[in-house]
Design a protein around this ligand. Structure first.
Ligand SMILES: Cc1cc2nc3c(=O)[nH]c(=O)nc-3n(C[C@H](O)[C@H](O)[C@H](O)COP(=O)(O)OP(=O)(O)OC[C@H]3O[C@@H](n4cnc5c(N)ncnc54)[C@H](O)[C@@H]3O)c2cc1C
Length: 339
């Protein structure tokens, strides 16, 4: 492992921001990781695919790019397998591996950018499935002590785009591997999500395989979301707000058509994209940044934007939604340095 100095992170973040890391190294093993810690450069920032981080300034300390690889079946049951996957594996490549081996459970999560090690951090989710549905445990190395620890499902306290790694354990660990429980055929398929069932139908598929679902999800995502290779972005910039029913009632009084989804304990989820669109942001361009024309949740860098400009646009959107609806949006993207 070689520690480099003053390295541009342009190829390593999907917002396409040309910011610099004071020190940078790629790690391919736990030994590399420990060598990185022994170098004594602080703070350490763990980088996966850079698809959920907005850098607003150059990064002091040491950026470690996770390249820990490996996909291995570690336990075989009658109806399922447990698979251990290196934290630096590309998420979508793991999904393709699972589909090719006819192991089910992650096909709805096809084409989500980033690495396997970052996936538990915000409990990635799409099209009716979340990482927590297939998660068994993860292994992580403490960035202060260098010791490995196993985190089981309940310890991670997964929530909607949330886990302890976004809260009290933030920035303290490198997730080195994740163990998933995947089904053997016959699989429990999840095609309830409107877009998935419609796409399968228009593809003429009546009894879908996991490969059909994966292909349908890839098709939907490619048509809706900007490709970071062409337009810088981190997917959904904001979380869908979860509010008390009284907040929704107030919104319904002026916007009777407001979409909403019931949650336990009388709470409701309101799509952030709808709120943003109502405030007139969808498709709006501000300098080199903008709110994507096909999906208002996505903040984009049309080229040449700074992290600060992207953050300013996100803040303007948050303020305008709060003024218009009394709902404060929360960023899903990790802003660095933290606010
Ligand atoms: C076009 C697009 C579409 C997207 N769609 C979705 C979607 O449908 N659903 C969804 O949930 N997300 C989505 N995302 C967000 C993103 O893909 C996920 O959050 C992904 O898990 C981020 O992985 P990453 O490796 O790129 O993480 P990074 O951006 O590199 O890191 C994110 C955070 O995790 C930390 N981190 C990274 N790796 C590790 C590790 N091994 N150990 C400890 N900490 C670590 C970093 O320090 C940082 O704080 C989308 C992003 C894009 C660009």
């Amino acid at each position: 492992m070689k520690i480099l100095q003053n390295v541009s992170l342009l190829p390593y973040n999907t917002f396409g921001l040309d910011i610099k890391a004071e020190h940078f190294a790629e790690i391919s093993s736990v030994d590399d990781l420990r060598a990185g810690l022994r170098a004594g450069i602080q703070p350490i920032f763990l980088l996966g695919g850079g698809s959920n981080v907005l850098f607003t300034q150059d990064v002091e300390g040491l950026v470690l790019k996770n390249n820990l690889r490996g996909i291995q079946v570690i336990r075989e049951f009658k109806n399922k397998v447990w698979v251990e996957v290196g934290g630096g594996e590309v998420w979508h490549e793991f999904v393709l591996w699972a589909v090719a081996n006819n192991y089910g459970g992650v096909e709805n999560l096809s084409l989500i950018p980033g690495t396997v090690g970052a996936a538990p951090i915000q409990n990635i989710g799409a099209y009716g499935v979340e990482l927590k549905d297939v998660f068994v445990r993860l292994n992580a190395l403490n960035l202060t002590t260098g010791k490995l620890k196993t985190f089981n499902h309940s310890v991670c306290r997964f929530g909607y785009r949330d886990s302890i790694f976004k809260r009290e354990e933030r920035g303290k660990w490198c997730i080195t591997s994740v163990v998933f429980s995947l089904t053997k055929a016959p699989h429990r398929l999840n095609t309830t999500y409107g877009d998935v069932s419609k796409t399968l139908e228009s593809n003429g598929i009546i009894s879908p395989s996991i490969a059909d679902i994966s292909r349908a999800v890839v098709q939907i995502r490619s048509s809706k979301l900007p490709d970071p290779a062409k337009i810088g972005n981190c997917g959904s910039f904001f979380k869908n707000p979860e509010t008390d029913r009284s907040v929704l009632e107030r919104i319904l009084a002026t916007h009777p058509q407001a979409p909403h989804y019931p949650l336990p304990e009388g709470r409701v989820k309101i799509p952030a994209g709808w709120l943003i669109e109502q405030c007139g942001w969808k498709g709006k361009r501000v300098g080199n940044t903008g709110c994507y024309e096909r999906q208002a949740l996505v903040v984009v860098n049309y080229g040449g934007a700074t992290g600060e400009e992207v953050k300013n646009l996100a803040e303007a959107i948050i303020e305008s939604v709060e003024r218009g609806f009394g709902v404060r949006l929360e960023a899903e993207v990790n802003i660095w340095p933290p606010l």
